[in-house]
Design a protein around this ligand. Structure first.
Ligand code: SAM
Ligand code: SF4
Length: 356
């Protein structure tokens, strides 16, 4: 009997997880991602080092949105998802930019949900448009949702995201739970001097709201390229701060390729995750690839090379050709990121242009 075809890289990692960005647009300006507001500039100003960074021009985006013609259609995205699924991918996350800004997103969800072998279909959102769309996303076949929330303080929320959106995001979290888009995960990127003082409060929020709170180290993927190591609050420090207030016990990994360490909080009152790609890289177990909104496959968040699928999707290439192309691309997956190496260079794409 022949072995089923899989997506295996040259370091023996088998790809099971595809993250699909469906738009490069966003209605937030998170300090750690698209810090193109005056407030974000002010946050970074005191630590500016004179390093060469993209220059910002008032009123102009550092990374203008791509024209529609360069963005994959839902049919093209679904085709990539089908090819990936035929090669063993069983987990798909829809992301962006802000994915809920893309009109008709529920029809893409239903096309992907119809692929038999996809067992986990999720979406990451900043929560602003979720209340309007939640019900139809659920009906279309979305399995679960991850919502970003970096602060429980109205003013700090605005400072971090550039928007007054806390109430809407809290509403989204509660709505996701009530619709059964569970487990609801909530992502908080922790940045020194910005929201580290909210870590314990966010942990309590996990217990109060019965959600999985995930604390994430700040990665060098911001549009100003202003990331510095001293902005990073390490996973160990995050755990220590929570532990100083509540019992925290390490849980076994539920998935060998998971990005987060899992912890039981408050003697089982809630679960939290700590994602520490900077101080505790997990590249050796990485089983993910990413498809950008403009059709590039990225084999690592920090890749400097990307692989364009758009020509094949638009020139009439058949499934066999696309399958072979994807397999070839995956063979080139990097062994790991180089954030901690002296020659590390931040990729040109911001997180919003890659899809987290
Ligand atoms: N706009 C949606 C949102 O914010 O949830 C989805 C896209 S966003 C790029 C996906 C996730 O990446 C978010 O949870 C966000 O917090 C995280 N993220 C963005 N920039 C990051 C950075 N520089 N370091 C760590 N996480 C980051
Ligand atoms: Fe937008 Fe998400 Fe980036 Fe924030 S993290 S700017 S919401 S893409």
């Amino acid at each position: 009997m022949s072995r089923p075809e899989v997506l295996q890289d040259s370091h023996n990692r088998v790809i099971r997880d595809l993250r699909i960005s469906i738009t490069d647009r966003c209605n937030f300006n998170c300090v750690y991602c698209l810090p193109e507001t005056e407030e974000a500039a002010n946050f970074y100003q005191p630590v500016a080092t004179g390093a060469k960074r993209p220059a910002s021009v008032p009123g102009k985006l550092l990374y203008p949105w791509k024209p529609r013609s360069q963005i994959l259609s839902f049919e093209e995205i679904t085709r990539v998802a089908q090819v990936a699924a035929s090669l063993g991918v069983d987990k798909i996350r829809i992301t962006g930019g802000e994915p809920l800004l893309r009109r008709g997103v529920e029809s893409l969800i239903s096309q992907i949900a119809a692929i038999d072998s996809i067992r986990d279909l999720s979406l990451t959102t900043n929560g602003t448009h979720f209340p309007r769309l939640a019900k139809c996303l659920k009906e279309a076949g979305l399995g679960r949702v991850t919502i970003s929330l970096d602060s429980l303080d109205r003013d700090n929320f605005k400072k971090i995201t550039g928007r007054n959106g806390l109430a809407e995001v809290l509403k989204s979290i509660r709505l996701a739970k009530s619709l059964g888009l569970t487990p609801v995960k909530v992502n908080a990127v922790i940045i020194r001097g910005l929201n580290e003082h909210e870590i314990v409060r966010l942990a309590k929020f996990a217990m109060d709201e019965d959600i999985i709170m995930r604390f994430i180290e700040f990665m060098p993927l911001d549009s100003r390229q202003a990331w510095r190591r001293d902005h990073v609050v390490s996973g160990d420090e995050i755990a220590g701060r929570i532990q100083s207030k509540y019992p925290l016990t390490r849980l076994p990994a539920d998935n060998p390729s998971g990005t987060s360490t899992r912890w039981s909080l408050g003697d089982g009152a809630a679960e939290i995750g700590i994602i520490a790609p900077v101080t505790q890289p997990f590249c050796g177990n990485c089983n993910r690839i990413r498809l950008t909104a403009d059709g590039k496959i990225r084999t690592c968040l920090f890749s400097h090379h990307e692989h364009d699928l758009k020509p094949s999707l638009r020139d009439g290439s058949g499934t066999a050709e696309l399958t072979a192309q994807l397999q070839q691309i995956v063979l080139k997956k990097e062994p790991g990121h180089r954030i901690n190496e002296p020659d590390f260079v931040q990729p040109a794409r911001t997180m919003s242009l890659i899809g987290g």
